[in-house]
Design a binder for this molecule. Structure first.
Ligand code: KG4
Ligand code: ZN
Length: 351
């Protein structure tokens, strides 16, 4: 007798993307709907929490309805409702969490609380099209070292299983995506800065400027990105940070700054990955989060994988940045392990 596949609805509202998705057996993405709020926050140069939570409230119901419709699924057909309940902006988390609780209660389905950062690593398990030969794409051999690089997080994990992760490194100050966004602001490129620097850096020389690398003490798996951000500020705006600004630079000079910063950021990440793989049992390297969309960083991680003889797993592009398929996906092993929540599940801003 063939088993009916498990269908999980995922809801994601941790920051500035409102998203819902339906994933089958934790792998096949039946639908993934993402509404970004970039247009609402652009003029402020960053995410405004109150605007973000209000925007989630206004569109989440319609996004969920669209995800169900595209997947050809009705609420009662689901096996569980999953929600990113941590970490994130508290008002934003509450919108997703209250909605998930209401749906789980109304449809009488298990409710599953998912950690957003850990879900970024699970993104490598997602397939966005049914497998041609009936077999899903290969999954990473575990234990693995996982690196989450996003606008809010730069964290290293030892992934023993996707529902058994240990954080082994995190940032002392800025997240790497935040550093990309701040450097883009210094260069007056716009927001969000990561993709703009990625594109601009292609026209620049990554060896033009030697920005200092902060690697912290020997063996440390933590990160620090505030020093490099300040070095870029002094380089562009002068020693006091306000003698001049990016308007005094040619496009070529801006591209050199962007490329040199990107190379330094990539080197810091790679060194920490190399250290982690040396300290923990590692059969593969997994990278996730918005910054894993960066072409230079992807290239360097692939090189490191070849150097260490480890396969590298990076999510398909649409699942690098925030999405709900990763939430519905990670909920599947949690459901199988009986890690189900009840209606007292809390939203947690930092974990
Ligand atoms: O994972 P994500 O969508 O949201 C968070 O959980 O924070 O990551 C957003 C971050 C932003 O800082 C954005 O600038 C960065 O990912 N990003 C990139 C690229 N695409 C997005 N950074 C560098 N290069 C890219 N191509
Ligand atoms: Zn994220």
């Amino acid at each position: 007798m063939t088993r009916r596949p498990a269908l999980i609805l995922g809801i994601e509202t941790t920051c500035d993307e409102t998203a819902a998705a339906v994933v089958e057996d934790g792998r096949l993405v039946r639908s993934s709907v993402v509404r970004t709020q970039i247009d609402l926050h652009q003029k402020f140069g960053g995410v405004v929490p109150e605007i973000a939570s209000r925007a989630h409230l206004e569109c989440l119901d319609a996004i969920i309805a669209e995800a169900l419709e595209r997947a050809g699924v009705k609420g009662p057909d689901l096996d569980a409702v999953a929600v990113a309940h941590a970490p994130g902006l508290i008002g934003c988390l509450l919108v997703g969490l209250s909605t998930a609780k209401a749906l789980a209660f109304a449809w009488n389905k298990p409710l599953i609380g998912v950690n957003h950062v850990q879900a970024h690593l699970y993104s490598v398990m997602l397939d966005d099209a049914p497998p041609h030969d009936g077999a899903p794409s290969p999954a990473p051999a575990l234990p693995a070292v996982g690196l989450v690089i996003s606008g809010g997080h730069s964290s290293l994990y030892h992934v023993r299983a996707f529902d058994d992760l240990k954080r082994i490194g995190s940032t002392h100050d800025d997240a790497v995506g935040e550093a990309f966004d701040k450097v883009a602001a210094i260069l007056q490129l716009g927001y969000p800065g990561g993709p703009l620097i990625d594109a601009l850096a292609k026209q620049g020389d990554e060896n033009a400027i030697r920005f200092p690398l902060s690697l912290l003490e020997k063996g440390s798996l933590d990160f620090s990105f505030s020093g490099i951000k300040t070095s870029v500020l002094y380089h562009v705006n002068g020693k006091q940070g306000r003698e001049r600004d990016a308007t005094s630079l040619s496009i070529r000079q801006k591209a050199d700054v962007g490329a040199s910063f990107q190379r330094a950021a990539a080197e810091m990440l790679i060194e920490k990955l190399r250290r982690a793989a040396g300290q923990y049992e590692t059969h593969s390297l997994i990278i996730g989060g918005g910054v894993s969309a960066n072409s230079a960083i992807r290239g360097r991680v692939m090189e490191l994988g070849r150097e260490l003889g480890l396969p590298v797993f990076i999510p398909p592009m649409p699942f690098c940045t925030d999405n709900a398929a990763m939430i519905a996906g990670l909920a599947y092993p949690l459901l199988l392990a009986g890690k189900v929540a009840d209606l007292s599940l809390d939203a947690v801003a930092t974990v």
